[in-house]
Design a protein around this ligand. Structure first.
Ligand SMILES: *Cc1c(COP(=O)(O)O)cnc(C)c1O
Length: 379
């Protein structure tokens, strides 16, 4: 038995705050000085920074990642009764945005290695939806745990079937495929700046990305009640979904540190993979892919007692989490929507485990996690 073990942080926001405290304080002070709390200059500056970082032509800041999905679906013209294919193994907001607008989420399965929606299953879900008499309007792919989905295959299906494609990059902002960062993979790409996301603010925040200037204009209108040329001229039914100026100011500082943080997360992932492969299934990225490592999620061996593993980790001072213990098609609120067979979603829900992951996790702590998980599974 080791000496009293201090609990590690699952995501250490305090360490990041210590590292960036001065510039963040200055950025907030600047907002307090000019007093433009809504749509102040920092919001526009952040949008320029975000577009430049992601490679998308346009970035539109909004209130949170759920609103970003709602705005995207509104922007693409989702109508009540239309079906939208999305994965079942995801955070609920993906399907919630569709249902909030009166659309019908249709659940597809995910790939066991990447955790992302399987293109074959998307095709099956489109067929399922059409057989149920639904008109399929689009699909939402999710870049789960930080890895951008297989957009090459998804784009091909979307074009062939005449569907729009939203990329839910709430977990993958900063991730890339084939040298292209998340931001342009969907007709509209969405992200979240919830504090625990790879790029997080100090409250709620989100953004929507597009390469199309007409969509950009519509999204900008939708986030302020569908306004037209004048504030009190309404050309769309919109909503109120603005990003606070203070959050934008904080994000501008954090965005500067973000590339270095992504590198640090990547180093943690490599060390975990070295120490844990053979013990559990560790995440493997497809050729040419970069994950933003929102989560480091392993798959425990079949039959392992996950609750017992979590308890053993906890006793060793290692926090862990289960994303997600129940796929959406098995949730009370979403069970009524159409779905294909979802064996992988159900398998993963019972076997995944996410480990501490953040850019400030030192090597010694990483080794503690590795040793604790190995011990938990050998017991
Ligand atoms: C966090 C998250 C969202 C929602 O973001 P909020 O800012 O919390 O509204 C949507 N989709 C996925 C995949 C997420 O992880």
């Amino acid at each position: 038995m080791t000496v009293a073990t201090e609990m590690l942080q699952f995501i250490d926001l305090a360490a990041q705050q210590r590292a960036l405290a001065d510039p963040i304080r200055d950025a907030i002070a600047a907002v307090l000085a000019h007093g433009r709390y809504i749509h102040g200059p920092e919001v526009t500056e952040l949008e320029v920074d975000l577009a430049q970082f992601s490679g998308a032509a346009h970035a539109v800041a909004c209130a949170n990642g759920t609103d970003a999905l709602v705005l995207a679906a509104m922007g693409l013209g989702l109508e009540p009764g239309q079906a939208v294919v999305c994965p079942s193994f995801t955070f609920c907001a993906t399907a919630e945005a569709v249902a909030l607008l009166g659309g019908v989420p249709v659940f597809a399965d995910v790939d066991a290695t990447t955790f992302n929606v399987s293109p074959d299953s998307v095709e099956a879900a489109i067929t399922t939806a059409r057989e149920a008499g639904l008109e399929v309007a689009g699909m939402i792919a999710v870049d789960l745990f930080g890895l951008p989905a297989d957009y090459m295959a998804l784009r091909e299906i979307a074009d062939r079937e005449g569907l729009w494609l939203i990329a839910d990059a709430a977990q993958s902002f900063g991730g890339a495929r084939d040298g292209e960062r998340a931001g342009s993979f969907g007709d509209i790409t969405t992200t979240s700046f919830f504090p625990a996301k790879p790029l997080g603010c100090y409250g709620d925040g989100g953004a929507v990305f597009t390469d199309d200037s007409e969509k950009d204009e519509k999204l900008r209108s939708l986030r302020v009640h569908g306004s037209g040329t004048h504030k009190y001229d309404n050309v769309h039914i919109g909503t109120n979904s603005r990003l606070d100026t203070i959050q934008a100011a904080i994000l501008r500082v954090k965005l500067e540190a973000f590339p270095g943080e992504l590198e640090a997360r990547q180093r943690v992932a490599v060390h975990y993979a070295d120490g844990l492969s053979g013990t559990v299934d560790v995440p493997r990225l497809p050729e040419g892919a970069r994950s933003a490592w929102a989560q480091y999620t392993v798959v425990l061996p079949e039959g392992a007692d996950r609750d017992g593993v979590q308890a053993s980790l906890k006793a060793d001072g290692v926090p862990s989490a289960v994303y997600y213990a129940r796929p959406l098609h098995l949730q009370t609120a979403y069970g009524r929507f159409p779905a294909t067979d979802l064996p992988v979603s159900e398998m993963l829900a019972s076997r995944v485990l996410s480990l501490p992951m953040h850019p400030y996790l030192d090597r010694e702590s990483q080794d503690r996690v590795i040793l604790a998980l190995r011990a938990a599974l050998s017991g």
